[in-house]
Design a protein around this ligand. Structure first.
Ligand code: SF4
Length: 137
């Protein structure tokens, strides 16, 4: 939850900066390309300082990080075999991993939200709107 709130604020600040410079939707998406972001928005993601992508993709876009299909609840979504499910995928992509009585979504094999075409199709200037289904209450 802490990450979610902090990331929402960082995303909003960058989008507002670009809008004030009259960037188009397409230019904003291009700005969020990993290669550009690591140079100009180093505090947006801890991986930028290490020049490390979260997914092995030639062109990785960070605009929809985390992902509109991600579902989570710090209190647990449901239970499976006495383990608490903390996160899952709404389109059933990726894998799961478990430990310490918890099950998490493993998105490491899924690149869906990091493709430019997907972002363009599901675009909003408002990160919270794009992620509106993520938090399970
Ligand atoms: S998409 Fe990956 S590299 Fe980009 S901000 Fe998110 S975690 Fe960092």
């Amino acid at each position: 939850m802490d990450w979610f709130e902090s990331h929402a604020q960082k995303h909003k600040k960058i989008v507002e900066k670009l809008q004030s410079k009259e960037y188009t939707k397409e230019q904003i998406i291009d700005y969020f390309d990993f290669e550009n972001m690591k140079k100009h928005e180093v505090d947006f993601c801890p991986l930028y300082k290490e020049n490390k992508k979260c997914h092995d993709m030639k062109s990785l876009n960070c605009y929809m990080c985390a992902c509109p299909n991600f579902r989570f609840s710090d209190d647990g979504i449901s239970k499976y075999n006495e383990q608490v499910i903390l996160s899952e995928c709404d389109i059933n992509n990726g894998k799961k991993f478990s430990g310490g009585g918890f099950i998490h979504q493993d998105c490491s094999s899924c690149t869906v939200p990091h493709h430019r075409a997907y972002i363009l199709k599901n675009f909003s200037y408002d990160w919270r709107e794009m992620m509106s289904e993520c938090k399970i209450k």
